[in-house]
Design a binder for this molecule. Structure first.
Ligand SMILES: [Zn+2]
Length: 195
């Protein structure tokens, strides 16, 4: 493994579970070999899969304006942007809040199960490559902030009730951040090599 600080080549294959490897030249943290490297992210990702389905199936908000009630889901909020002449914004919202996080959640769950069962499932490797590329493009937390800003503005105009989708979405943002931060891509690849 190459140190990203000083470019020195290091051997990290002998680092025991629960220990962190530091660069011998500059002391930079190279790699952590966590104790439950697969089980912890797998449990968190399983929760993410359930929360993702709930967050996308149930309304985020119920709005009541002049007696007319409307429930809005995540996908519908993207459609609202689309119908209000902001197709680019609609596409960005839909990709960064539904497509990319959804792909990462389901693919990581699939990859982690494959490693946990020590069976190499179909397309595990290309999926892991794509997940590594798409994780930075999942911006559910930014979308959550946008909803909160919109809520503050809407509260003055309409009667707003939070839906089950919103609660699931907040839990998903927290759970997804915990899952992604508990994953060491380096460990996943080295475990895949050994199956
Ligand atoms: Zn170094």
């Amino acid at each position: 493994m190459v140190c990203h600080e000083c470019d020195a080549l290091q051997d990290v294959s002998h680092i025991p579970e629960g220990e962190t490897g530091l660069c011998l030249c500059c002391g930079e943290r190279l790699f952590k070999n966590p104790k439950s490297a697969i089980e912890k992210p797998l449990a968190l990702m399983m929760a993410c899969v359930i929360l993702f389905i709930v967050a996308n199936s149930y309304p985020l908000l119920h709005l009541e304006i002049t007696g007319i009630e409307r429930a809005v889901t995540i996908t519908e909020s993207a459609i609202i942007f689309y119908t209000q002449d902001s197709p680019e914004l609609a596409m960005v919202v839909f990709l960064t809040s539904v497509v990319f996080p959804g792909f990462c959640v389901f693919s990581l769950f699939y990859v982690l199960i494959s490693i946990h069962l020590k069976k190499q499932f179909l397309f595990v490797r290309p999926l892991l490559v794509w997940v590594g590329r798409l994780i930075p493009w999942g911006m559910m937390d930014v979308f959550l902030l946008a909803i909160l800003v919109a809520l503050v503005k809407l509260a003055a105009l309409a009667h707003v009730v939070l839906g089950l989708g919103f609660i699931a979405f907040v839990a998903l943002v927290v759970c997804y951040a915990a899952a992604v931060s508990s994953i060491e891509m380096h460990v996943l690849w080295s475990k895949l090599e050994k199956i």
